[in-house]
Design a protein around this ligand. Structure first.
Ligand SMILES: Cc1cc2nc3c(=O)[nH]c(=O)nc-3n(C[C@H](O)[C@H](O)[C@H](O)COP(=O)(O)OP(=O)(O)OC[C@H]3O[C@@H](n4cnc5c(N)ncnc54)[C@H](O)[C@@H]3O)c2cc1C
Length: 296
């Protein structure tokens, strides 16, 4: 049953300090649920699939806004919308795979409201920005009245929709270090159709080679193939340190089958997801270096 709006309480803090204080004092013993763009929460409320009645509307908090460009990294405020990410000139130049993911999240109406922190905290294994955050070694900044802490994004999820964030903590920002020199970034979402679909498989890769032609850095982030968005570490290991070759690509594909654990569900099935996860890896590697196309 739909949640009647009149039964909901929304707290609108004027500052981050006020927001954190409100989060630290549960309303009627019930946790205040952070509300950002509302593009996930309103869907759950409309479907009657959300029990929370007390919300903390963070949309107006200036401290959570803005994209700050530094010498070695960019820091995105928690409320950065996918539209802002798509349109930011430094993001377009330095993080084309996050820009590509942003452009495939819903349509413009959703991208105007949907925030990066909302995508992270919603913790769907199909969240489209999440594999890119893995590929770029993102760091999540969280704050509560008890202080601030940084969590490497690859360690954020403990299990299905279970993230390492305390009930009184807010995500305040996300830092993305610049990719190593001579790296190639990639993003690919595979859904039922080109737009407005939930991913069957979503992938982001980052690879760098030295002047001698060996792989010096590789990150492979996958969504929709396990209970959480994950880093395909076995496949990365098969590539790291070797010269690009058809053989190393095949070893990575084989290792990938042990990294991921896709399931059958209404959007797709396990066998399809395994094949597609390997195919997008192959597409990425072949595009990144001609050695991966070779005959051995
Ligand atoms: C039509 C439609 C299409 C969509 N298409 C896609 C798609 O293609 N790809 C995709 O990945 N997603 C998609 N989504 C889902 C949604 O838009 C994204 O997950 C979005 O990033 C959520 O951000 P939000 O700000 O709206 O989050 P909200 O709905 O406000 O919140 C989501 C969750 O995050 C928590 N939260 C928000 N901000 C913070 C914070 N600062 N600190 C701690 N917790 C916080 C909330 O408590 C809640 O649990 C779609 C949704 C709709 C309605």
């Amino acid at each position: 049953m739909r949640s009647a709006l009149s039964t909901l309480e929304v707290v609108r803090p004027k500052s981050l300090k006020q927001a954190l204080e409100a989060l630290a004092r549960p309303a009627a013993n019930e946790r205040l649920v952070p509300l950002a763009g509302g593009t996930d929460l309103f869907v759950y409320l409309n479907a009657g699939a959300f029990e929370g009645r007390h919300f903390l509307d963070v949309w107006g908090l200036r401290e959570l806004r803005g994209i700050r460009v530094g010498k070695s990294a960019v820091t995105l405020g928690a409320l950065s919308t996918f539209r802002e990410i798509r349109e930011h000139p430094v993001m377009r130049r330095r993080f084309p795979s996050l820009v590509a993911a942003a452009a495939e999240i819903g349509a413009w109406q959703i991208q105007n409201r949907a925030t990066l922190a909302g995508n992270i905290a919603n913790a769907s294994p199909a969240g489209d920005s999440l594999p890119v955050l893995i590929a770029h070694d993102a760091v999540i900044h969280a704050r509560s009245v008890r202080g601030a802490r940084d969590i490497p994004f690859a360690q954020l999820y403990r299990g299905y929709r279970d993230l390492m964030l305390e009930r009184d903590e807010l995500i305040t920002a996300v830092t993305l270090p610049y990719a190593p020199a001579r790296s190639v970034a990639f993003f690919r979402k595979v859904g039922t159709r080109r737009a407005q679909s939930i991913s069957k498989v979503v992938f982001s890769g980052l690879i760098a080679l030295d002047r001698q032609g060996s792989v010096t850095h590789v990150r492979l982030g996958y969504g929709s193939v396990a209970p959480v968005t994950l880093r395909a570490r076995r496949a990365e290991k098969a590539l790291l340190g070797a010269a690009p070759s058809r053989r190393s690509l095949e070893a990575a594909r084989e290792a990938l089958d042990r990294d991921i654990a896709p399931i059958d569900d209404i959007r797709s099935d396990r066998a399809y997801r395994l094949t597609i996860a390997g195919n997008v890896l192959e597409q990425f590697l072949r595009g990144a270096h001609p050695g991966f196309v070779g005959s051995n």
